[in-house]
Design a binder for this molecule. Structure first.
Ligand SMILES: *Cc1c(COP(=O)(O)O)cnc(C)c1O
Length: 423
């Protein structure tokens, strides 16, 4: 997900000295550009209903809706154990951490959580950040920035947080074609053997739901002496015997230099982390500005996440429920002849292929049928591949899935959109 449209810098009218009235019109002109090409972002104002996942009250529509596009993939954000742990920690420790990790902000819960995350991934150490975005930005920025002559090989579909981290490092960047081993090796071959290298990639890619050839990338990394940096944001909690992600599922965790994850998606709360060697985590802890100079996560957040990670390490119920819901949705989409990408993950992109239609479908699903699916348009995905991205989970019922597919089929028919031959 590249995230933001490339845009020309905003310039002050030539020959005029800017004053206070100059600036807002420049910002507004840039926003007008977003409106003109259909990429302006509208937020849906929701009130989630704890205990009633995936229902939420939608203020725009003025009604309860079923949410299909949440990244709280397993509903852990409303799990009773997580809520209870947070209530307890809030009452015991108060609202905030009280400082940066270095200056009075390290709480027992942070330390326990870092131990738990290291154990989850079979690594020596782990380091917490205030978000997954920051964990990528700070870690790549710090490692690639401090290793002399470092070159970062970056998958073409890497998330904005990795792209910005690499940019911040000022290291040389080589972009290899998405999941393309030959193209990656071509770049590796061209680089001098004596420069440090990092291959940065994701396991599950969030928009198509496809999965990287992790083992083969690690083989190339070994052959050319590169570190491997794997973003498992869309996999942690959901794959592997303990929810350690795709690397865990494939028995590859020991082959990765860094595994990065979020605590805000599958684990349902907020925060990010890396798991790696003791030296690497200590290095980022000691040199990463965006880690050092920012107030630590509230202890109650760490407590809630700790409960979530511990639960998902021990319980496969949520993972199995998610797989069941995904398989059921795919079967119903097949029966209705609706076009979707048959990915190997839990992400089900229903393809629309046009920005206006995609938005209209989303609007009507909401107002007429009570289903909330955010339209995914350019620049998040390439033009012509606009889509509705569905992330069914263990708490979506078969009745809700039936109802959604019936609504989609009705709209497809009304709008004369192309169907596939029904299975
Ligand atoms: C969401 C996301 C992140 C950022 O994680 P947050 O915890 O939401 O900041 C990083 N990488 C990928 C691939 C993501 O989709």
């Amino acid at each position: 997900m590249t995230g933001s449209a490339p845009s020309a810098p905003l310039s002050v009218p030539p020959g005029s000295a800017p004053n206070n009235a100059t600036y807002d019109p420049l910002f507004q002109a840039a926003l007008d550009g977003l409106h003109a090409d259909g990429s302006y972002r509208y937020f849906a104002e929701l009130e989630r209903r704890a205990g009633n996942f995936p229902q939420a009250f939608h203020h725009g529509a003025g009604r309860d809706v079923t949410v299909w596009c949440s990244n709280d993939y397993l509903g852990m954000g409303q799990h009773p154990l997580v809520q209870a742990a947070m209530h307890k920690a809030l009452d015991e420790t108060g609202a905030g951490a009280g400082g940066t990790r270095n200056i009075s902000g390290t709480h027992h819960y942070h330390v326990e959580l870092e131990k738990e995350l290291a154990a989850l991934h079979g690594k020596e150490s782990a380091l917490l950040f205030n978000s997954g975005y920051l964990s990528n930005w700070v870690t790549l920025g710090t490692i690639a920035g401090r290793l002399k002559d470092c070159v970062v090989l970056s998958d073409a579909l890497n998330h904005a947080s990795m792209i910005e981290g690499i940019r911040h490092s000022r290291a040389e960047k080589r972009i290899f074609r998405h999941n393309d081993l030959q193209d990656l090796e071509r770049h590796l071959k061209e680089l001098p053997p004596d420069v440090p290298k990092i291959i940065a990639f994701e396991s599950v890619y969030s928009m198509d739901g496809d999965i990287a050839p992790i083992e083969e990338i690690c083989d190339l990394a070994d052959k050319y002496g590169a570190m491997t940096y794997l973003d498992e944001v869309h996999a942690v909690g959901m794959y592997g015997a303990q929810g350690g992600g795709i690397a865990q599922e494939r028995g590859l965790e020991h082959r990765l230099t860094v595994i990065e994850g979020t605590l805000g998606k599958g684990f349902g709360v907020v925060g990010g982390y890396i798991a790696a060697s003791r030296a690497l985590c200590d290095f980022v802890r000691s040199f990463g500005s965006g880690f050092i100079f920012s107030t630590a996560l509230p202890p109650m957040i760490a407590a809630g996440v700790l409960a979530s990670v511990r639960h998902l390490r021990a319980s496969a119920t949520e993972r199995e429920g998610q797989k069941r819901a995904v398989a059921y949705l795919r079967r119903r989409l097949d029966e209705a002849g609706l076009p979707y990408i048959d990915s190997p993950s839990h992400i089900v992109p229903v393809m629309v292929g046009d920005a206006k239609t995609c938005r209209a479908l989303s609007d009507e699903l909401l107002t007429r049928f009570g289903h909330y699916l955010q339209p995914i348009n350019y620049p998040t995905v390439p033009r012509g591949t606009e889509r509705l991205r569905l992330t069914p989970g263990p708490l979506h019922t078969e009745a809700q899935i039936d109802d959604l597919v019936a609504a989609l089929a009705t709209l497809w028919r009304e709008k004369g959109l192309a169907l596939r031959p029904a299975a």
